[in-house]
Design a protein. Structure first.
Length: 156
């Protein structure tokens, strides 16, 4: 069974950003609702066995089984309002219309599904690591769609 981790690194009003690690290699950037969002649900940190899911809007993806909730899925999108309580995958971190966003999401989601093409389930650990990395935005990049290379990263 494939082992996956979502390591949440940054949380703001624009959502919770993290990295998706598959089999000990960084695979994608993740965006989820922030924990204070009253309109969307953030999956609690912990251990899960994700199962393949077939639905009308997302015909082939994976679901994170959370008691009391249905269809907490992995899918494409860009900003927090696209999460609907789910996990959005992207290749880069940037901004769209002034909001923190994940970019190149459609391609990244397709690659995620290719990676898991022969799997019906995988193990997922969700870890909150907020505060372990500080992001200092370079002022002259603030209105551009940029990748994480536009930030200075300090590990504390």
């Amino acid at each position: 069974m494939i082992n996956a981790k979502i390591i949440r690194l940054e949380e703001s009003d624009y959502g919770a950003l993290g990295v998706l690690v598959l089999d000990e290699k960084i695979f994608a950037i993740t965006l989820e609702p922030d924990s204070a969002d009253v309109d969307r649900f953030q999956v609690p940190s912990g251990e899960y066995v994700c199962k393949r899911f077939h639905g009308q809007k997302w015909p082939d993806t994976f679901e994170i089984p959370v008691e009391g909730h249905v269809a907490i899925l992995f899918h494409a999108g860009n900003v927090e309002k696209h999460t609907r309580g789910c996990v959005i995958l992207g290749r880069y971190v940037g901004y769209l219309k002034g909001q923190r966003a994940v970019l190149n999401s459609g391609w990244t989601f397709k690659e995620f599904m290719k990676y898991l093409k022969d799997e019906d389930e995988f193990h997922l650990s969700i870890i909150n690591a907020y505060g372990s990395v500080k992001f200092k935005k370079k002022e002259h990049y603030h209105d551009r769609n940029i990748s994480s290379s536009g930030n200075i990263v300090e590990v504390v």
